[in-house]
Design a protein around this ligand. Structure first.
Ligand code: AMP
Length: 282
């Protein structure tokens, strides 16, 4: 397994693989790898001959007062996990190599980056789309795998790829959960044992929304209220939003559609967690 933080070296490795006839696939991550990340690697492997994982805690997607300095960075364990999963190359750059002095070009999806997560975390998505565009330019993959766990993120990346004619196939993989329903996240390790239990409120609220809509509820606002009521019934929980939206545009809905997505973002203690669930009435 090739491991490097140098742009020149990763380009060289990828270029040699391409010369051998390999199709290149990329799995962008911030490290602290768990089974969710490994499922993306597995899915990528099914589609390409050369799987490249990027590990980079991207500072430009963290706002002031967020967890950039505390974000877990267990690089040795991550490299071991990649090796075990049959990854061909890991690109783990330093901040200065991707954001040298004088950096001033941003990639931003206009409207969709300002709602929901974008409203709560104003610089977040500009950082995400910029780093993903940079990684695509460096690696030039034909396939890139992202998790449905970060629902708005994958929607933005698909929009960016469409709008900028990027020659990469974006594959969205299902959310991997603990047996009790909690979506795996690198941030779950911030939770105390009690908060870990409380965090089940996200998947529970999503299930309530699903049940209500499957049961014929026509009032979207009432379903959103029901989710918020459930979240607010826990002491340590402070929701940012709990909404039902169009699954592609993420725009508000006046009434139930055949396909919808329920999205939640909430603090559990000091930890901000997100989760979502597709709801199909077909
Ligand atoms: P991160 O390291 O948090 O930036 O995540 C890297 C990629 O892994 C993103 O595409 C995430 O959506 C995806 N991911 C994170 N958690 C999960 C999960 N529980 N199941 C599936 N994919 C996930």
């Amino acid at each position: 397994m090739e491991v490097t933080g140098e742009i020149g070296e990763i380009r060289e490795a990828v270029s040699l693989a391409r010369q051998r006839g390999c199709r290149i696939g990329c799995v962008p991550t911030m490290g602290a790898l768990h089974s969710g990340h490994l499922s993306l690697i597995e899915e990528c492997r099914k589609r390409v001959d050369y799987v490249l994982v990027t590990i980079f805690v991207n500072p430009t997607q963290f706002g002031e007062g967020e967890d950039l300095s505390n974000y877990p960075r267990p690089l040795e364990a991550d490299l071991a996990a990649c090796e075990k999963s049959g990854v061909d190359a890991v690109y783990a750059p330093e901040i200065a190599s991707l954001y040298p002095p004088g950096f001033e070009t941003w990639v931003e999806v206009d409207e969709m980056s300002k709602i929901l997560e974008g409203e709560c975390r104003p610089v977040h998505f500009r950082g995400v789309t910029t780093i993903v565009a940079k990684l695509f330019n460096i690696v030039q993959p034909v396939v890139a795998c992202f998790g449905a766990k970060d629902y708005q993120q994958q929607a933005l990346i698909r929009q960016m790829v469409r709008d900028l004619n990027m020659p990469v196939d974006v594959v969205v993989c299902p959310t991997i959960r603990e047996a009790d329903g909690l979506a795996l996240s690198s941030r779950n390790q911030y939770l105390s044992p009690e908060q870990r239990q409380t965090a089940l409120c996200l998947s529970q609220a999503l299930e309530l929304a699903n049940e209500a809509l499957q049961g014929g509820e026509k009032d979207i606002a009432a379903v959103e209220k029901q989710m918020l009521k459930h979240l607010n019934s826990f002491d340590d929980v402070q929701p940012d939003y709990a909404v039902i939206r169009d699954p592609d545009s993420l725009k508000e809905l006046q009434e139930p559609q055949p396909e919808m997505v329920a999205l939640i973002s909430t603090f559990v203690g000091q930890t901000r967690l997100i989760d979502n669930r597709r709801i199909s009435l077909r």
